[in-house]
Structure formats: structure tokens, C-alpha cells
Design a protein around this ligand. Sequence first.
Ligand code: CMX
Ligand code: CO
Length: 147
Amino acid sequence: MLTRIDHIGIACFDLDRTVEFYRATYGFEVFHSEVNEEQGVREAMLRINGTDDGGASYLQLLEPTREDSAVGKWLAKNGEGVHHIAFGTADVDGDAAAIRDQGVRVLYDEPRTGSMGSRITFLHPKDCHGVLTELVTSAPPTASHGD
Ligand code: CMX
Ligand code: CO
């Protein structure tokens, strides 16, 4: 069951400048940052709020590490902006399987590693009314959240 918005993914050309915009304009601070080479991104997670299932909601600022990555290709075509939305679930495997049974293309056979040790998969935007949609199961709360 999808229980919250885990994050909104925002593609940018310059992560440091974009982080500074969100800090100076809204007061949002970086909760976590990392490079995910498999996804081809350098990213910063800005924690916006906690949620009633014990999780949280974030903005995920994404700078590509290579031009042929999903975000790199998207930026070249569209420029900066909202790239995807991500729903949180306790069971990404079960929810992805159920959604696949509805005829929606799930992009990975097995969930891959996302921010902060989470497990993630994606639904094809052409099957989701134009919205690239990610499903996320967060790592257990004992996992460390450092840079
Ligand atoms: N939102 C909406 N539509 C999108 C899109 C997006 N983010 N990315 C691509 N599309 C559309 C394109 O506009 C294009 O539509 P048209 O054919 O009408 O022009 C179509 O999908 C195909 O796009 P493409 O540029 O040819 O790109 P690909 O098919 O090579 O890749 C996708 C698209 C979704 C399969 C790829 O972006 C992907 O695998 N995404 C999942 C991984 C990812 O996004 N990782 C980065 C984030 C990591 C994280 O969140 O942790
Ligand atoms: Co994401």
C-alpha cells in the first residue's frame, strides 16, 4: 500500500546552486547527500516533513553525473524542472507486482538501491499519464543518514 509522498525528484544543472536556492528562499536544509552511480546522479535530499506512518517526505534534487543517464537525457531535452514523483510503501516488491498486473510497465525486475539505502523501482511515464513514478521502501530507521 502506498502511504505517502516519499519525494519529488527535481532535475537541475548545478546541484550546489540549486541547494542554495532552496536554503536561501525557503530555509530547507540538506538532510542527506550522495552519489548514486547506478542511477547516474549526484543528489541532495531536503527533508520537508515527517508523516503519520513514521516516514518522511523530501525534495530530491538531482544533478546528472553523465549525459547518457536518465536525468542527463531529460535535462538536455526539457531543461530544469520536476522529473518524477515517488510514493512510499512498506512493500515495494508487492506493490510493484500488483501494479505490473494492472498492465503498467515496471522498469526493473528487482528493486534497486535508492537514496539512503532505500529500495526503489520506477513505473513508465507513458503508462502513468505522463508522470515518471517511483516506488520507495525506506531503509530501516536504524540506518545512518550521514553524507
Ligand atoms: N517524465 C515524463 N516523461 C518522460 C520522462 C519523465 N521524467 N522521461 C522520459 N519521458 C518521456 C519522453 O518525453 C519520451 O516521450 P515522447 O516519446 O513522447 O517524446 C519518452 O518518455 C521516452 O523518453 P526518452 O527521452 O527516449 O528516454 P528513455 O526512454 O531512454 O528513458 C525512462 C525514459 C523513463 C525509461 C528513463 O528515464 C528511466 O529509466 N527512468 C528511471 C530511472 C531514473 O529516472 N533515475 C533517476 C532518478 C534516480 C532516483 O530517483 O533516485
Ligand atoms: Co527519486
